[in-house]
Design a protein around this ligand. Sequence first.
Ligand code: AKB
Length: 316
Amino acid sequence: MDRILVIGAAGQIGSDLVTGLRKIHGAANVYATDIKPASIDIVEGGPFQILDVMDDKQLIHFIIRHKITQIYHLAAVLSGNAEKLPVQAWDINMRSLLNVLEIAKMVDDVKKVFWPSSIAVFGPTTSRVHTPQLTVMEPITVYGISKLAGERWCDYYFNKFGVDVRSIRYPGLISYKTEAGGGTTDYSVEIFYEAIRNQSYECFLSENTALPMLFMPDAIRATIDLMEADREKLTINSAYNLGGFSVTPKKLYQEIQAHIPDFKIQYNPDFRQAIADSWPQSIDDSIAKRDWGCRYDYDLKKMTVEMLREIGKKWD
Ligand code: AKB
């Protein structure tokens, strides 16, 4: 029986992932942790503890005491926030990953680690359409540099010490449970809240900025499927490209406006525009499909209907 530790359980991915993992492994076997309090359903739905991944002693005690067999390390400073405090963001993103990898190397009970990478590993010298798995990678953001270095560390720990660490290069993630914080793709979540709350949204990216996006249920299924895949079938030891669907602020606005005719948008690009312009517009994820059967249920239309319905319930 697996005992799972989720680090960063109060965040955008964590709050959905914990629920998914508890359904599969049993609530009592999924330990949700974060440095900040989590939502009621995470705290009341199974074990939850405040835990700082930067504190390696506290972390190793927790892992040994609870006989943890799998770690999902989701805590990170995202692209927009990382540009405001580059050195601190680098420290947090890298030190936390190295703490987890070192513990996974030392503690025999720990059999698998998941750590999220991002499309931010790519940069302006990468071909931006249908970006391949293996290509030029010259990220221009601190977040992207830390994700690229993180991928190399994961590959290193796998090859050198046999740590079974698995990873996905997530595109922008769209979800209704917990809002994202500090990312460049966050507009794709904010726009739904503002459409429902105020029927108006000021977008920090320009109207034709295309980026790959994924709806959270597809991201959670992909994450769990990758973790459950046979190791022998995996040909990537760093992080798998994941594509989802490609969308611009204008296309997303039009899709929402079809449901909320009075919805208005203004475009006022800020520093995040340069970040978005350096990222892929669409992703080639054929290797994820081949190796572990990655697939998606949601496109732009289906995702929009579900986002509006679920966020609408919060404001009823
Ligand atoms: C961000 O915008 O920083 C993240 C990401 C694409 O990794 N959502």
